[in-house]
Write a protein that binds this ligand. Sequence first.
Ligand code: IVH
Length: 689
Amino acid sequence: MNDTREKAKQRIETLRLEIEEHARLYYEQDAPVIDDESYDRLLRELEMLESAWPEFAASDSPTRKVGGKALGKFEKHPHRVPMLSLANAFDEGELRDFETRILKRLEPDADTAQLDLFSVPKRPAIEYVTEPKIDGLSLELEYENGRLVRAVTRGDGTVGEVVTRNVWNIPDIPHTIQALENVDVFNLRGEVYMDREGFEALNRRQTEEGSKTFANPRNAAAGSLRQLDPAVSQKRPLRFFAYSLGITTSDKPASQLDFLQTIATWGFQVNPLHHRCETLDEVMEQYRKLIELRENLPYDIDGMVVKVNRFDLQETLGQIAKSPRWAIAYKFPAIEKATRVERIVVQVGRTGAVTPVAELEPVPVAGVEVRRATLHNADEIARKDVREGDWVFVRRAGDVIPEVVSVILEKRSEDSRPYEFPSHCPECGSELVRVESEAVTRCPNRDCPAQVLESIVHFASKKAMDIDGMGRKIVENLLATGEISTVADMYGLTRGRLAAQERLAEKSADNLIRAIEASKTPPLGRFYFALGIRNVGEHMALKLAQEYPDLSLLAQASAEELETIDEIGPEVARSVTTFFADSANRLLIERLAEAGVKPQAPEKQKETAKTSVFYGKTFVLTGKLSTLTRDEAQDRIRALGGRAASSVSKKTDVVVAGENAGSKLEKAQKLGIEVWTEEDLVARFGEEA
Ligand code: IVH
C-alpha cells in the first residue's frame, strides 16, 4: 500500500473512533467535551477522506449514522418512516450548491433541453420555507383518532425510545385533536427544547438541591426528557415546536407552509419565525435576519433549516443515506467555544458586588475575540468548579457578557486546585461580606475606590446622565487629583481646573463643561437610573418615573406601596427604600439639587390636570378586555396620572374587571374596593379626553 493511502486509512480509522466517542458523550451522556464546531469539523474531514477513499468507508461510519443510539432503559419503538438528520451548509456557496443539486434532479434533461438557443431555460421556480433550527432534540408524536398515543425520541433514527408520559405536561403538545377524530394515524415531528429562562430556573433549583446542573439548554432538555421517572420529566420546563409531518392516513397538505398553518390551528406551537422565500437571495436575507434575532430569542437556535416548500417536489427529490435532498441546515457561527482559563480575577462594581472573571486564552466566538468571561459569583464558581488552568466552554450571546458555561473535566491537569474566593477586597482591603440569602459577595466599604469610580462612571454614562466625554479615564484622573469625590462635585468643576487635567486639551475641557451643564435637566427616568439604586436598571427606573413623577414622592414611598406596582417585586421595593433611608444618599441628592440638577418628569404626566379621576389612584386590571389590550389600558391610565398595579391590596383604589375576572375581583369585593367594568373604564377615558 502506498504511503498516502495508508495514511488516509489510518486517519479515517482515528477519526471514526474519535467521532464515535464524541457522539456518545453528546447524545448518550449529554456531556460533550468539544464544541459543536469542532465536532462538525471532524465529521467533515472524515466525509472528505471517505469520499476520496471510498474503499475505507465503513458501512457503519458515523457519517452514515444519525445521532446516538437509543439508551436502552426505555421501551423501544420503531419509526415507520426513519427520522432523518439534515446535511449542513456552512456558507452561502454551500447553500447555492444545495439548490444546484435540487435543480439538476428536478430537470434531469436540462442540459439537452437548452439546445434551443432562443428559449429561456425553464427552471422550475422553487419556493423554500426557512425555519430556525431549534437546538433541542427531535421527537415524534403519534396520534390515533385524534388522541396522542405515543411520543418517541429519534434514537438512532430507526428505533427510538418511548417517552409518552415524560412529555405529558409539555404545554405545546395537545393530547387530543378534534380535527383528527376520524384519522387512524397522524404522526408529527418537532423539537423538544428548553427556553433560557426555564434552563436557568432549573439550574438554580438543581444547585439548591445539590444536584447536577446542565451546561446548556440543549443538554438540560435532553437530560430532562430522558428521565426514567416520568414524574421528574413532568416537572421540567420543557417546550415543543412542531415542524414536520410524519406518516399519516389523512389527506396530506400540499406544502410545508400549509402543514404549519394547519397544525397551528390544532394547538401546536409552530415557530413564528418561519418564512416563505421565493429565491435563494431571500433565503440569504432570512439567514442574516435570524442571526441578528438569534441573540435575543428566548431559546437557543443553532442555524436555519431551509426546506423545499412543495411536498410533491420533496417526494420527487427523496433522500440520500441519512438526510433528505429537499432540506438543509444552514448553520450559524457557533456561540460556544472551548478555551483555557489563564487566571481568575475579581472585579468590584459600583454597588460593591464582587464579580469573579475568568481571563481566557483569546478565542474567536461568533466573530468576536473573547478574552474574559464572567463567572457570576462564588456559588457559580463552586457549582461549575472552574479552576485556573482549566479548559472550559465559553459562550457569547449578543450584548450579554461572555460567560463560562462548563468545565471540560477530561482535560483538567492533575495538579489543579479548587479556586479560593478572596476574603478581602482587592481594591481597598476590606473584609468581603456575603448576605446569607444573596448570591453576591460584596465589599461593604462605600468609600472603596473601585465603587466610587464605578458609580461616577455609571452616573455620567450615556443611558444615565449622558455627560458626553466624561469617560472612565477622565473620572479616574479627577478622582486621583482630588478634584471630585462624588458625582455632585462634577457640577462644581471649572474650565480652568479641567484643562489642568493631564491629557485633556482645552477644547475638550470646554466641551466637557458644556456637557456637564447640559446634563442638568435629565429625564427623570434617566436620573433614577443614574442614582445607581441596587436592582433598578434602565427599565425599572423608567417605570418608577412613570409612577413617581417627583423625586420626593419616590423618596417617601413605602416598600408596601412600591410592591403594589406592576413589575415591582419585594427585592426592588426594598432596594429603593434602603437607598432613600441612607442619609449619605439623601445628602447627595440635596447637593445635586443645589448644583442645579433638575430632573424632568415624563411629559404626559406633567400635562395631566390633577383633576383627572385617574390622578394618583392605583388601578388593577383583571380578566379579559375586549376593546383594548391590557397594555393600552395601562398606558392610558398612566398618561392620565394613575398607577397600574398587578395585585389587589388595601392600597388599590379601583379594580377594572374584564371578562372572566377571577380571584382579583373576589378580593376587591372582599376589601370593598371600587369595581369598574371595561365600559366604565372606556367611558372615563372618553371623559378625560
Ligand atoms: S426538519 C429530515 N426543522 O435538526 C429532517 N429539523 O440535523 C427533518 N431541527 O433532527 C428535520 N429545528 O432535531 C427540521 N425547524 C426544523 C428543525 C429541525 C431543529 C433538528 C432536528 C433534526 C436536526 C437535523
